[in-house]
Design a protein around this ligand. Structure first.
Ligand code: AMP
Length: 214
C-alpha cells in the first residue's frame, strides 16, 4: 500500500504522523521515532488507535506481528549487512546471514535463553504498577540486570548438575541491554526533516528487499 494516497492521514495517538510512516499493511503501519533511544528505534502500530494488545482482533494481531517481522528484516538489512558477506550468496543465504547478525532480538539484545519469548508482566494497581507520573520505571533496569538473567540462573543449575557428574563448564550467559538510563525528558526531539529523510531511507530499503524477494 502506498503511504499517503490510499490510507489518508495516519495518526499515532493524537499526533498526525503520515509523513513519518515508511510501511503500511492492511491493519498496521510503521513510523520513525520522534525521540529514538538508539538508531533504528521505530514504532509499529495498529491502524485503529487501540490502546492495548488485548483490544486487537485476530487479523489485526497477525498483521501487526507480520509487520514487526518485516520491519525487523528491513532494519537488519540496513544495520547488520556485513561487508564480508559473499556477493555470490543466494537471497536465502543472505537473509540467514543478516538474521545471525541481528541485535534486535537474540543475545546481543540481552536475550539469555535462546528461544523466542514474549514477557507478559501484569502491573497491578497499587502494588506493582508504576506509581505517579514521574519518568523512569525500575522494571526495565530489573529486566536488564541479574533479576532478568534467567539464562544465567538456568546455567547455574546445569552447572551444579554437571559438577556432580564431573563434566566441563562453559561460559555463563550475560544479561545485555546495559545502556545508561535515558529519561524521556532528556531526549532531543528530532526535526520533521530528519524524520522524513529517515522514513524515505527505510522505504527504499524495504523496496530493495521486496525486489530481491520477488
Ligand atoms: P511509550 O513511552 O512506550 O508510550 O513510547 C512512546 C514512543 O513514541 C517513544 O519512543 C516516543 O519517542 C515516540 N513518540 C512520541 N511522539 C511521537 C511522534 N509524534 N512521532 C513519532 N514518535 C513519537
Amino acid at each position: 500500500m502506498t503511504v499517503n494516497s490510499e490510507t489518508g492521514p495516519l495518526r499515532f495517538g493524537p499526533f498526525e504522523v503520515t509523513s513519518q510512516v515508511f510501511y503500511i499493511t492492511p491493519h498496521s503501519f510503521a513510523l520513525v521515532n520522534l525521540k529514538p533511544l538508539l538508531p533504528g528505534h521505530v514504532l509499529v502500530c495498529p491502524q485503529k488507535p487501540h490502546k492495548r494488545l488485548t483490544d486487537l482482533s485476530a487479523p489485526e494481531l497477525t498483521d501487526l506481528m507480520q509487520a514487526v517481522q518485516r520491519v525487523q528484516r528491513m532494519l537488519a538489512r540496513h544495520y547488520f549487512t556485513s561487508s564480508s558477506s559473499s556477493s555470490s550468496s543466494s537471497a536465502g543465504e543472505k537473509a540467514e546471514e543478516e538474521e545471525e547478525q541481528t541485535g534486535e532480538d537474540g543475545a546481543e539484545a540481552g536475550q539469555t535463553v535462546p528461544h523466542l519469548h514474549v514477557h507478559v508482566i501484569p502491573r497491578i494497581h497499587g502494588a506493582t504498577a508504576k506509581s505517579g507520573d514521574g519518568p523512569g520505571d525500575k522494571i526495565y533496569e530489573m529486566m536488564a540486570d541479574e533479576n532478568g538473567n534467567v539464562g544465567g540462573a538456568l546455567w547455574d543449575r546445569e552447572q551444579q548438575q554437571q559438577q556432580r557428574e564431573g563434566g566441563a563448564s562453559s561460559g555463563r550467559p550475560q544479561p545485555g541491554g546495559g545502556f545508561p538510563r535515558i529519561e524521556d525528558a532528556d531526549r532531543q526531539a528530532r526535526s520533521m526533516r530528519e524524520m522524513e529523510e529517515e522514513a524515505k531511507l527505510f522505504r527504499d530499503v524495504l523496496g530493495r528487499l521486496d525486489r530481491e524477494e520477488s
